[in-house]
Ligand binder design. Structure first.
Ligand SMILES: NC(=O)c1ccc[n+]([C@@H]2O[C@H](COP(=O)([O-])OP(=O)(O)OC[C@H]3O[C@@H](n4cnc5c(N)ncnc54)[C@H](O)[C@@H]3O)[C@@H](O)[C@H]2O)c1
Length: 497
């Protein structure tokens, strides 16, 4: 086994400039630096965003044969040493040669300028996802981008345009497409053998504590906060932004529906059949209701939320609960497909009226679709080598639709008004499933000792959506929120021409 022995200077990381890479990557430029990869060529990856999920990227790619984590990118240089050590350990465990230690960069544009980098994997905060994806495609790199691939709806579409225009392989980090039994459940539901899908339910019951209030301070000297902000509006630093808690601020995150929830949203949408072998894309309408209950803190997004989307025969209902709560039909974070014949929960089927499940495979015999490669990272690498978009289990187009489905309810919610429960409870009209979901949410708040007397909910605006134009019908305020103001030079273009 080869021990990754990197000396102290190497261990602390090289910069690409020191490694002889020229500067001058043009933002919005179109030059392609993608190499043509032979079957035995090593794929050199830059991992952008190292604090949390970046560790899984470093480990996941590092252990794959024929893959080198060649560059680490993060505006916070405190993240470098730990990840370099991790790579050395991963290589050693995998029996891979130590090679050279990865370069380290604070600015993604430097990594994109390096022609020896074949692919970029993105584990930054959400507001950076689409822009890095687009820039990387323009620079001729393939991309593995974390979920949600967009921070606002429109930039997801532009990321798809960039992937197609520059013939790039772009995988979305919704790994349940590869690493769960949902592909078989989706095929079973789409087969029609369980009757119509009536409700595609997604649950994100995940405890989220108060983040308190953090005062404005100067950023740590190791952090280039301007780069961290990137496309987001310039603002003062506080420790609730860096790291992780940015999820709960609209400028950077999308609340839990667009955090943990995007995995379940992806499955919920995928379960809804549109035509032979195709999942539904956008709903006809959306409405969302909720609030940030149980504590007062600096966070802005809902910690308790219901979203209802109309797909004709099927309703997609999403429930977020950040306060402690019991499971629903044994599920806390997951999906339930309510079909005419019964409920599907991954590989289990609960026939209508029966308490106990039977294996789904006994009831419907179908095969789930999965592309090559064991695991989601390996699936991406297999597609990078084959150059076939159809080998991907979570192509960027699927990512765009599923990420967008998290943004639509948030737009409804943000355009809503604070109302007492009596008004909120009539919001869903004669929609029994939605009303029942809201009543359960109210019970849940009561059990968590949230005083209901005088409690107000944010009742979102009911919005009609047109899938063809990917815009709301007759609501200019809602359409404005499909995109965002960008801070030059960190601008997602209107379109990729
Ligand atoms: N697929 C999954 O199961 C899964 C799990 C966890 C997180 N995620 C996703 O991963 C992403 C990161 O989440 P996290 O919890 O690690 O967040 P985090 O805040 O802990 O880490 C993000 C890192 O990105 C860095 N960063 C910011 N701007 C950057 C830029 N321009 N270039 C390079 N790095 C930059 C930050 O400095 C930080 O180190 C999120 O989008 C999240 O949704 C996915």
């Amino acid at each position: 086994m080869t021990r990754a022995r990197w000396n102290r200077r190497e261990f602390l990381g090289r910069s690409l400039a020191a490694a002889g890479v020229g500067a001058g990557f043009a933002i919005g430029g179109t030059k392609s630096s993608g190499r043509i990869l032979g079957a035995n060529d090593t794929i050199r990856i830059a991992v952008a965003g190292l604090n949390g999920r970046g560790g899984s990227h470093v480990g996941g790619f590092g252990r794959l044969p024929g893959v080198e984590v060649a560059c680490l990118v993060d505006p916070d240089s405190r993240t470098f040493a730990g990840r370099i050590k991790q790579i050395a350990d991963v290589y050693e465990k995998a029996g891979k040669p130590a090679g050279r230690p990865p370069a380290t960069e604070k600015d993604i544009r430097k990594a994109l300028d390096d022609k020896s980098i074949d692919a970029v994997s993105v584990a930054t905060p959400n507001h950076w996802h689409a822009l890095i994806t687009i820039w990387a495609c323009q620079a001729g790199k393939d991309v593995y981008v974390e979920k949600p691939c967009s921070h606002v709806v429109h930039e997801g579409r532009v990321a798809v345009e960039a992937a197609r225009k520059y013939n790039r392989i772009v995988q979305h980090g919704t790994q349940s497409r590869t690493e769960s039994r949902w592909p078989e459940a989706v095929a079973a539901v789409h087969s029609g053998q369980l009757g119509k899908l009536l409700v595609s339910r997604a649950l994100c019951y995940k405890r989220r504590n108060s983040i308190g209030e953090k005062p404005v301070t100067s950023p740590p000297h190791e952090l280039d906060f301007d780069l961290w902000l990137g496309p987001a509006p310039k603002q003062a630093y506080h420790a609730n932004l860096v790291h992780y808690n940015w999820h709960w601020f609209w400028d950077f995150g999308n609340g839990d529906i667009g955090n943990q929830g995007v995995h379940q949203m992806d499955i919920a949408r995928w379960l809804i059949p549109a035509s032979a072998n195709a999942a539904a894309t956008f709903p006809r309408s959306v409405i969302s209701i909720g609030g940030r209950f149980g504590y007062k803190d600096q966070g802005q997004t809902a910690n308790t939320q219901i979203a209802v989307m109309d797909y004709g025969d099927t309703q997609l209902i999403f429930e977020v609960r950040g306060l402690p709560t019991p499971k629903y039909h044994g599920v806390d974070v997951g999906n339930i497909a309510h079909c005419e014949a019964g409920m599907v929960i991954q590989d289990r089927f609960y026939p209508k009226g029966k308490k106990d499940p039977v294996p789904l495979a006994q009831v419907v015999k179908v095969e789930g679709r999965r592309g090559p490669g064991k695991g989601h990272f390996a699936n991406f690498i297999a597609a990078v080598r084959s150059r076939k978009v159809e080998d991907l289990n979570a192509d960027i187009l699927e990512g765009h639709y599923s990420a967008a489905l998290c943004h639509l309810p948030n737009i409804s919610y943000r355009l809503g008004e604070e109302v007492p429960y009596s008004r909120a409870s009539s919001a869903f009209g004669d929609d029994k499933e939605a009303a029942e979901t809201l009543e359960r949410m109210r019970e849940h708040l009561k059990e968590d000792n949230v005083p209901l007397d005088g409690l107000t909910y944010r009742l979102g605006r009911k919005l009609a959506f047109d899938a063809a134009s990917e815009s709301f019908v007759g609501d200019s305020q809602a359409n404005e929120l499909l995109t965002r103001p960008y801070r030059a030079p960190f601008v997602v273009p209107e379109h990729i021409g």
